[in-house]
Write a protein that binds this ligand. Structure first.
Ligand code: UTP
Length: 311
């Protein structure tokens, strides 16, 4: 099995980032000088997922335009001989083969994934959330793809969070997986400790901390078996009256003996930014700008002075 397709839902309302998201998709917010969504498409392409379906909605035209050619702008830059900027404008267009489908109404992440059914067909695929950035130095997708290929099931990414924050996320009840599953898989250049691949026994969306089965939060990377589509077709709206992907995955986890069922988790220990959240967004911009070769030295100097002045 080789997994080549990615679905990236970007049709949400982005209410946590209002007012700017009234007209601006949150996935288009700049993280230094590229929109958040470009980092996510890059991550998919780097993992070999070169067929990318973006699930868009009303007021998301900017996303579609960003990944399209811009003939006037390109001509102007070419005439000026500004090859560097020209390349930066072309880059998003050439990253992957992009497809678009509309989610008429934002009925939840599960529904957004279901909108990809026809395009994906009967094969495993990845889902990357368009506002969730994984630092390119700390990749997780290759490990998740390998676990899906070894098991034929679905795989979710997990992050350990302080227990009082688990209510912001989907939460996983886990047990040990067969150590052979993790054998030979590397993450962040280190051999992946076997304990970092787990079996998912149950999932619960945004539990109260006292009811949470663990402090393992679901973050925005999934590799899904096509069996998820049949489940999503009958998944009732859940929390927030939205069709929750977590609810469908919980059903897949319940009966791992069925073909394509069974859910595994890979625990992520690297750098990740939720750019749909204002505070996390600010941290992402500062951190990534400070580390850039071009802007970093001047920005770090300024930041030093600024932070000293705060004390
Ligand atoms: P979020 O819950 O983070 O997105 O969904 P949201 O609803 O836009 O955000 P807030 O909470 O109101 O600020 C995770 C991802 O799923 C997409 C979002 O665009 C985001 O990338 N999504 C969510 C859809 O595509 N369709 C939906 O109906 C809901």
């Amino acid at each position: 099995m080789t997994i080549t397709k990615a679905v990236i839902p970007v049709a949400g309302l982005g209410t946590r980032f209002l007012p700017v998201t009234k007209t601006m998709p949150k996935e288009m917010l700049p993280v230094v000088d590229k929109p958040a969504i470009e980092y996510v498409v890059e991550e998919a392409a780097n993992a070999g997922l070169d067929d990318v379906l973006l699930v868009t909605g009303r007021s998301k035209r900017a996303v579609e335009d960003y990944f399209d050619v811009a003939p006037e702008l390109e001509r102007a830059l070419k005439n000026k001989g500004d090859d560097e900027r020209l390349a930066s404008v072309r880059e998003p267009v050439d990253l992957a083969t992009l497809h678009f489908v509309r989610q008429g109404r934002p009925r939840g992440l599960g529904h957004a994934v279901l909108c990809g059914r026809q395009h994906v067909g009967d094969q495993h695929f990845a889902v990357l959330l368009g506002d969730d950035l994984i630092d390119e130095r700390d990749q997780i997708l290759p490990v998740m793809l390998a676990v899906a290929e070894r098991t034929g099931g679905s795989v979710i990414a997990l992050l350990e969070v302080p227990r009082d924050q688990i209510g912001l996320y989907g939460c996983a009840a886990v047990s040990a997986a067969d150590p052979a599953l993790a054998a030979g898989l590397e993450m962040t250049g280190e051999p992946l400790p076997q304990a970092d691949v787990v079996r998912i026994d149950a999932l619960v969306e945004k539990p109260a901390p006292e009811d949470a089965p663990s402090n393992l939060a679901i973050i925005g990377r999934y590799v899904l078996s096509p069996a998820v589509f049949d489940v999503l077709e009958h998944t009732e709206p859940g929390r927030g009256n939205e069709i929750q992907l977590t609810d469908a995955l919980a059903e897949l986890a319940q009966d791992p003996s069925q073909p394509g069922h069974g859910v595994y988790g890979v625990v992520f220990r690297g750098r990740r930014y939720d750019t749909g959240d204002k505070l996390d967004y600010l941290k992402a911009v500062v951190q990534l700008a400070a580390e850039r070769d071009d802007l970093g030295p001047d920005f770090r100097d300024w930041l030093h002075g600024f932070v000293t002045g705060l004390k």
